[in-house]
Design a protein around this ligand. Sequence first.
Ligand SMILES: *Cc1c(COP(=O)(O)O)cnc(C)c1O
Length: 493
Amino acid sequence: MTRRADFPLIFDHSVPGRIAVALPDADVPEVPIEEIVGRERLRREAAELPEVSELDLVRHYTRLSQRNYAIDVGFYPLGSCTMKYNPKVNEDAARLPGFARLHPNTPPELAQGALELLWRLEAMLCEISGMDAVTFQPSAGAHGEMTGLMLVRACLDDRGERRTRVIVPDSAHGTNPASAAMCGFEVVTVPSDARGNIDRAALRRVADGSVAALMLTNPNTLGLFEEHVVEVAEIIHGVGGLMYLDGANFNAVLGITRPGDQGFDVMHMNVHKTFSTPHGGGGPGAGPVAVKRALEPYLPTPTVERVGDRFVLQEDRPKSIGRVRAFNGNFGIYVRAYAYLRAYGPLLRQVSEAAVLNANYLLAKLRAHFDVPYDRTCMHEFVLSGRRQKQEHGVRTLDIAKRLLDYGYHAPTIYFPLIVDEAIMIEPAETESRQTLDAFAEALVQVAEECRTDPDLVRGAPHHTVVTRLDEVAAARKPNLRWRPKAEVGSRA
Ligand SMILES: *Cc1c(COP(=O)(O)O)cnc(C)c1O
């Protein structure tokens, strides 16, 4: 099945007694560990850890990384994820010892530079979004959604209003209804209209005094700008609800339009999407939440404030929802976002215009070969349908995605949004050249051609990857996360 035998686990390299580092003898008196942590906290059996040399360790992880796919390896058109290139200057900034080695418990007086960075980044994010204040605590977009809805709840409670429902369009990312449900709201789904906008007539029917908020994504997950967003905000505000923006698609509108001006009261940003910080398996993310003044009293504490020429952590916020995470979020990620904005801030409009142009360029090249269910000028991404290939040749979108791997590309997002049959969602991002887009379009057109001429080839893909088609259902239902002794490696569980 797999070629696991020729790719040993780190445990397979283990030799008892082998170590990667040797520390010099201590030049201070030794204190037994139990005197520090207490005997009851000591483990009774030694942890089962691999014992390897530094070289074994380096080779293992370097080889593992070479089996992986990343934006630094090739084109990564994963719709809704904004897999843009992460400029290396961001990494330089994040590695400055004053940032990288700063302990999170350093007293504010000794961490002025770090606090100033957050304070300045907050001002930048407010300017770009049209909002008034930011919390840096949430660790990702989904965590930001939850935080944002907790703010909505706190605000409504404070007004003495018992509103129970959150409206979510049917094109929304699954995290939206999940976040609303986690915060105890009842989720009401509203359909999309024929042009891919939220259906305003349906919205009007459900908008009443029980609505706490509408969660909207703009541009939405079809890659389309919500053409009536201002009217939609008026409908929700008209019944006393709040407007939440899922800011995952912010990369399409930077410097062009601001959510705060469109009527949104609260939003999250995915800095790992929009502001080029590492993403996916590549590292921790961050989902800062920006709010209008009305929601500011409820922000998690502490917030970073400026007092004279000093920066302080402000804990005194009586109506705060409290902490949603330790410290001030993933600080290293914010250093990268700050570096990106210092470098590209004045050019943000060009960033978005290039992202939109790249997407429309690809759409134009692919339109003849796939169905396009909502065929409008797109924003930074677009959604094709593999319906034709399924009906005419019995090839599914999953097969097409797998076949693209043989051509050396990461697959697009598939089967999302849910309202498109056999969805293929493509987002090129602004950092790709015309040559790369041409080559990708050529590969996808070639795959469409193969669906016609050799459907079995596509159905059996991938053929040239490290592992071939995996049993994803078994992997999800019966994950094998245990290390097995060498003798068993390669045999089936
Ligand atoms: C990525 C994404 C999210 C979730 O963000 P994470 O940072 O992955 O938690 C939510 N909504 C949309 C539309 C997204 O694309």
